[in-house]
Structures are given as C-alpha cells and as structure tokens.
Design a protein around this ligand. Structure first.
Ligand code: HEC
Length: 111
C-alpha cells in the first residue's frame, strides 16, 4: 500500500468511527420511548388506560397525552399522582426513576 493510500484508508476509518459514534447516539431517545412503551404494558398501565385501541378504559385515554401534558408534568404525576391531585384515583406505583423517565418519554411521544 502506498503511504497516500494508507493515509486515505486511515482517514476513511476515522470518519467511519466518528459516524458510527454519532449514529450510536441518535437512537438513544428512541430506545427510551421503546422501553417506555414496553413498560406501559408490563407495569400494568394498560390495565387502567387505553392508548387508542389498546388497553382498558378505566382511567383516561392517553393516546394524545404528549399534546396535552409536558414531560415534567407527566413525570411528576407518575412519581406520585396524589401529590398532583389530592383526590386522584390512580394509585402511586412502585416505579424507579429510570422507569418514570422511560414512561415519560413514551407518553410525551404520543401526540
Ligand atoms: C388502578 C388503575 C390505574 C393504573 C394501574 C394506572 N392508572 Fe393512570 N390513572 C388512573 C385514573 C383513574 C386516572 C384519572 C385521574 C385520577 O383520578 O387519578 C389516571 C390518570 C393518569 C394520567 C393523567 C391523564 C389525564 O389526562 O389526566 C396519566 C399520565 C396516567 N394515569 C399514566 C399512567 C401510567 C403511565 C401508568 C402505569 C405506570 C398508570 N397510569 C397506571 C388509573 C390508573
């Protein structure tokens, strides 16, 4: 390999690494939304809520929650509904902070 070809190959490899590094960062929010979507089913939210056609209509439909509530509001609600609304019927659920963030990302993506 000539030194010029070597330099070009090295440059292409570096560029590839940079692009791969960026591409790796891009899906992070999407992964959080996907994790939240799964949690919504696994942690029983759909036992009391619908998102469009899926779920049970005991509590409000959340299909367009992201258009109605900000992310902060959603996360505060999930941490403790009765702290937001003293007469809330929704129970306080045992959610970790990571679960609250994932559910918040998912719900605020619903518009
Ligand atoms: C036992 C039933 C029940 C479960 C389980 C439940 N909710 Fe609720 N949720 C309610 C009810 C009822 C309301 C209506 C407000 C109230 O009176 O508490 C509500 C309200 C909400 C609201 C506010 C919506 C609005 O438009 O006012 C959000 C957001 C929400 N729930 C998200 C969730 C998520 C996410 C989960 C799962 C982690 C969940 N809920 C689990 C019953 C439930």
């Amino acid at each position: 390999m000539t030194s010029r070809a070597f330099a070009l190959t090295a440059a292409a490899l570096c560029l590839g690494l940079v692009v791969a590094g960026v591409a790796d960062d891009v899906p992070a929010p999407a992964r959080r939304v996907e994790a939240g979507r799964r949690l919504f089913i696994e942690s029983g939210c759909h036992g009391c809520h619908t998102v469009g056609a899926m779920g049970t209509p005991i509590g409000p439909d959340l299909a367009r929650l992201g258009a109605r509530w900000g992310l902060d509001e959603i996360e505060r609600w999930l941490r403790d509904p009765s702290a937001q609304r003293p007469r809330a019927h929704m129970p306080k659920l045992e959610l970790s902070e990571a679960q609250v963030r994932a559910l918040g990302a998912y719900l605020s993506s619903l518009r």
